[in-house]
Design a protein around this ligand. Structure first.
Ligand code: NAP
Ligand code: ZN
Ligand code: ZN
Length: 346
């Protein structure tokens, strides 16, 4: 299928327009006309090789909302005309205990990322969502409610699930104190989810200008961290703190804020190793953990939760010719709160 998109050809060059072919439909494949594709900070990290060597040419994008345009002969879950979402991976082994448990993101053989990877045949480059068409095996796509604004729904496929999953795993809910570090694409979804789940929510941000937005999104408290004294003087004890920043920040001041058995979960991935003062973990039997997106079952659960609670991302919709500027602004924390590309502009 002839497809137009945007490509990164090296780690040091701007993205440029790109024409390529998507595969013809296999029996379990669904074709979609992409409506919107979100810009995740992971797109930038990978295209700039901030996590190590990448695979080029790279068509980034793993927050994809579209409309089904054709289905393979054996497809049962989707109909033409239906709204559909594709996230961070497009395949996995389907046999290991994690895949069978619906935790495909932790597949023992490794999931197949939506881009910056080879498909499971070991030779075909996987091209992501910065494009006008997509082809996906139906088992790796989700249903998206028509009531959700499609542009605002695109970031749910990565930013949304990446915060929803740890909030569920570590029991965000009534009576629990939850803090989110970094009010970016991920963080602003986490605030909405934690609030909807009934937790008391605090945002730690290095941008004083985001205070009103944080409270409007459902935060109960907003703490500006650009002055280290403020953080040092803060004395609330949290049950759960999620680091959703893209930068190499010192996590020790946050570990200190966890109560007994509290957990600091890392979802932000700067690519820089972290230094931890061990005594902060020992002191109150605190835990440090990480969490990676979410599996297919939980992705659908989150989509349904969003429809039920009317939760979407706050987005700035752009044309494809603005992608390079949008990346610069994302790195500068200058987006409220997710860039989403209008796929008709590819
Ligand atoms: P983003 O929209 O750019 O947001 C990152 C936020 O980090 C910014 O809005 C800012 O929040 C904060 N920040 C940025 N620079 C900072 C600095 N120098 N000091 C302190 N805070 C800073 O990024 P995103 O798309 O939400 O992604 C966040 C991170 O999560 C990225 O590293 C991404 O690769 C990773 N990620 C992980 C997963 C996973 O499965 N675990 C999935 C998706 C993304 P404030 O302005 O409020 O301080
Ligand atoms: Zn992402
Ligand atoms: Zn597997």
């Amino acid at each position: 299928m002839h497809t137009r998109g945007y490509v990164a050809r090296t780690a040091r060059t701007d993205l440029t327009p790109f024409d390529f072919e998507r595969r013809e439909l296999r029996p379990h494949d669904v074709a979609l006309d992409v409506l919107f594709a979100g810009i995740c900070h992971s797109d930038i990290h990978q295209a700039r090789e901030e996590w190590g060597p990448s695979t080029f040419p790279m068509v980034p994008g793993h927050e994809i909302i579209g409309v089904v345009s054709a289905v393979g002969t054996d497809v049962t879950r989707f109909r033409v005309g239906e709204r559909i979402g594709v996230g961070v991976f497009v395949d996995s082994c389907r046999r290991c205990e994690h895949c069978l448990a619906g935790l495909q993101q932790y597949c023992s053989e490794g999931m197949t990322p939506t881009y910056n990877s080879l498909e499971r045949d070991g030779t075909t480059l996987a091209f992501g969502g910065y494009s006008n068409h997509f082809v996906i095996d139906e088992d790796y796509a989700v249903h998206v409610a028509e009531t959700l604004d499609p542009a605002g729904a695109a970031p749910l496929l990565c930013a949304g699930i990446t915060l929803y999953s740890p909030l569920r795993r570590w029991d965000a809910g009534p009576g629990r104190k939850v803090a989110i570090i970094g009010l970016g694409g991920l963080g602003h979804m986490g605030v909405q989810f934690a609030h909807a789940m009934g937790a008391e929510v605090t945002v730690f941000s290095h941008s004083a200008t985001k205070s009103a937005d944080a409270l409007a999104l459902g935060a109960d408290h907003f703490v500006v961290t650009s002055d280290p004294e403020v953080l040092a003087a803060h004395d609330t004890r949290y049950d759960l703190i999620i680091n959703a920043t893209s930068a190499d920040i010192d996590l020790n001041p946050y570990l200190r804020l966890l109560g007994l058995d509290g957990t600091l979960v890392i979802v932000g991935l700067s690519g820089v190793p972290v230094n931890i003062h061990q005594e902060l973990l020992l002191a109150e039997r605190r835990s440090l953990s990480g969490s990676q997106i979410g599996g297919m079952r939980e992705l659908q659960e989150m989509m349904d939760f969003c429809a039920e609670h009317d939760i979407t991302s706050q987005v700035e919709v752009i044309g494809a010719d603005y992608i390079n500027q949008a990346w610069e602004r994302t790195v500068a924390s200058d987006v409220k709160y997710r860039f989403v590309i209008d796929a008709t502009t590819f």
